[in-house]
Each structure stands twice: as structure tokens, then as C-alpha cells.
Design a protein around this ligand. Structure first.
Ligand code: 13P
Ligand code: SF4
Length: 355
């Protein structure tokens, strides 16, 4: 797969945006249960008072995921978070995840208020794909259909023809390939590589990566499987090729949870953010989940199998956002209208698959 390496991922930039010190998630793990209960009670009351619903990702804390379930909200992958927020009648969406998830919610629901616990919660894929550079890349390849991953800014989505998430990327690219389209893909090079190999499409990729998934180590995973040959391997497609090649199942977070439940293995090695273990244990009680290895014996990782930006979501900053209405996501209406075409195209396509 050709890769545009002219704009190399700026790891300094990514480090600059990493949360400093201990994350709110770590700090909240130490809260007394009674304080947590008080905060949860306050959030429940605020959600009602503000006509709001909580939409969370599987990588945020178990407390937030549980709260979403207890209040008629929802925890899921990026595609179903977008769908749920769009279809729910609440006038405010409280999104516990990272910024691109809040922006996607706003793009689809410009009339709704979208709040997030922390607006600084970003994503290395989004950071590694600045809108201006991306526009120049697109201009250099006007013959290609532009397909961008959800993990991008609203401006990047506005420059695209299609937005996709990990659960539907392969199907969308296969569909475009069948129609004879050449693809310009951004920003995740590993997901791009995976989709290219699955579909055979002519796909030119941006050079971006997720700091969490890029850390999984193929040789260490091989060693682990030799030690534990009975264990199944579940892999998110943001992982490098050497990890994906060892998978029993590759898919989005929701698809991985379903596989954990449905595959016959009693034990799984999991190559994605360890926040997902909470839901995997609920979906497949009694099964054992172990994280895929990150840096062999010498742990030298930025993320250590847990997204530092997802960990910026907590009960306390969610309470504050709901109380004050601050941390609202704004998307320039013109940008939003253009981005919406790409997002709607994916939703329409996913509806056609379900018919
Ligand atoms: P999913 O859409 O599979 O939940 O992935 C989102 C993400 O950011 C994974 O790192
Ligand atoms: Fe982005 Fe990776 Fe975090 Fe997902 S896990 S939000 S891709 S940095």
C-alpha cells in the first residue's frame, strides 16, 4: 500500500497534548465509594434536569459506562455512539469519549447541545492530520475518492467524500473498489493497510497512527501465544500488521466484545485499550481476558494499552459540564454542513446493509 510519508507523524506534537500528571480516571479510582455514589446521584439528577443523555465509549471508566446504562444512555463504538445520539430525542448529548466523538455528534445534530467532560481529550490520529496539510494532500490527488476515519477533526471530515468507522471501513472501501474508485485514505495507516489487504483496493494512505494500538508488539505476542496456545486473539484494526496477522478476530470495539462472547475460547489476548475489559467481562462472564504485550520486558510506552485522552473523562468533570453548560462542542456551521454529507453517507450505507 503506498503511504504518504512526506508528513511524518509529529510525536513531539502528540506528547505536547498528552495529559500531564495523573489522569482524572486514576484520581477517581481512589474516591471513597460514598463520594462516587453522591456524584453519580448528582449526574442522574442533572441529566433529567437538562434533558440530556449520556453517550460513552467502551474505553472510558467503568463508572461512566455503568452510569450511561443506568440512565437510559448508551456505551458503544464510534459508529453506534453517532447513531444513538442522532436518534435519541434528548436536546443535550453528554459525550464521554474524545473530541472527535463530540464533534461527530454535533455535526449530525447541530440543533442539539453537545457537552464533554474535557474538551482537551483528543486523539493522536486527529492530531496527526491537520486540516490544511490534509487539504493539500487531497489537492495533489484529485482523481481519488477521499475516505476518512471518524478519528479526525470536523474540518478534515468536511474535505472528505466519506467518513467511516472501524466497524464499517472495510465494507465502504469494498463498495467503492467495486465501482472502480481509487481511494485516498486518512489518517490511520494500519487500518488503511488492513482495509487495503482485505479489499484489494487502490488505496493511498496518510501516515498516522494511534498511540495505544501502535505499541502492541508482534514478537512478544507470538511468544505469549506459544506459552498459551489455547488463548484466542482479539485485535482492533488500528494495530500494526504483525498483530493483525495473529488475530482470531479483527473488528471494532463492539465487534470485539461480540466475538469475546461468541467464540469458543475460554481465554483471550486482547489487542486494544484495556478499558474494554469491563464490557467484555460482562458479555462473557467466566472467560479470562489478558492485554496483548506492549513493550516486551522493558515497558517504554506512551499509552500502555490505555488511551490517555479517554482517561480524561471522569465523574467530576462530567458533573461540572452538566452543571455549568461549559465544555460545549462548537463546529463552524459551514464546516459542519459539509462534514455531515460524509457522515450521513456512511449512516445511509450502514442502513442499506441492515435491510
Ligand atoms: P471503535 O469505533 O472501534 O470504537 O474505535 C474507536 C477508537 O478510537 C479506537 O481506538
Ligand atoms: Fe485515538 Fe487511539 Fe485514543 Fe482511540 S485509543 S481515541 S485512536 S488515541
Amino acid at each position: 500500500m503506498p503511504l504518504d510519508t512526506s508528513r511524518v507523524l509529529d510525536s513531539e506534537l502528540i506528547r505536547k497534548y498528552l495529559p500531564r500528571g495523573r489522569t482524572i480516571e486514576e484520581l477517581e479510582q481512589e474516591l471513597e465509594p460514598v463520594i462516587k455514589q453522591e456524584l453519580k446521584g448528582r449526574i442522574k439528577a442533572l441529566l433529567k434536569e437538562k434533558d440530556a443523555v449520556l453517550v460513552a465509549h467502551y474505553y472510558v471508566s467503568a463508572d461512566l459506562q455503568e452510569l450511561a446504562a443506568e440512565t437510559g444512555g448508551f456505551t458503544s463504538d464510534s459508529l453506534d455512539m453517532a447513531r444513538f445520539g442522532h436518534e435519541h430525542p434528548a436536546s443535550t448529548l453528554a459525550v464521554a469519549g474524545v473530541r472527535f466523538m463530540g464533534e461527530t455528534a454535533k455535526i449530525l445534530n447541530p440543533e442539539k447541545k453537545v457537552l464533554m467532560p474535557d474538551l482537551e481529550a483528543t486523539c493522536s490520529l486527529d492530531l496527526g492530520c491537520p486540516a490544511e496539510d490534509f487539504a493539500a494532500f487531497c489537492d495533489e490527488h484529485p482523481d481519488r475518492t477521499v475516505v476518512v476515519y471518524a478519528n479526525t477533526s470536523a474540518e478534515v471530515k468536511a474535505r472528505s467524500d466519506w467518513m467511516v468507522t472501524s466497524s464499517i471501513a472495510e465494507k465502504v472501501v469494498a463498495h467503492l473498489h467495486e465501482k472502480g474508485k481509487k481511494i485516498l485514505w486518512a489518517p490511520d495507516k494500519y487500518l488503511g493497510d488492513y482495509v487495503q489487504r482485505k479489499t484489494g483496493a487502490d488505496l493511498l494512505s496518510w501516515d498516522g497512527a494511534c498511540v495505544v494500538h501502535e505499541e502492541f508488539k508482534a514478537q512478544a505476542l507470538k511468544d505469549m501465544r506459544i506459552e498459551d496456545p489455547e488463548a484466542g486473539v482479539l485485535v482492533h484494526p488500528e494495530s500494526p500488521r504483525g498483530i493483525i496477522e495473529q488475530a482470531d478476530f479483527v473488528g471494532s470495539t463492539t465487534q470485539l466484545i461480540q466475538a469475546a462472547r461468541d467464540l469458543p475460547h475460554k481465554k483471550f489476548i486482547v489487542a486494544t485499550d484495556r478499558g474494554i475489559f469491563h464490557r467484555m467481562r460482562q458479555a462473557a462472564p467466566g472467560k479470562i481476558f489478558i492485554p496483548a504485550p506492549i513493550a516486551g520486558e522493558t515497558v517504554d510506552c506512551i499509552a500502555c494499552a490505555h488511551c490517555p485522552w479517554m482517561a480524561m473523562n471522569g465523574l467530576q468533570n462530567l458533573t461540572r459540564a452538566l452543571e455549568t453548560g461549559e465544555n460545549e462542542i462548537h463546529v463552524d456551521p459551514q464546516v459542519g454542513r459539509r462534514a455531515r454529507i460524509a457522515v450521513e453517507r456512511m449512516l445511509e450505507f450502514s442502513r442499506s446493509l441492515r435491510k
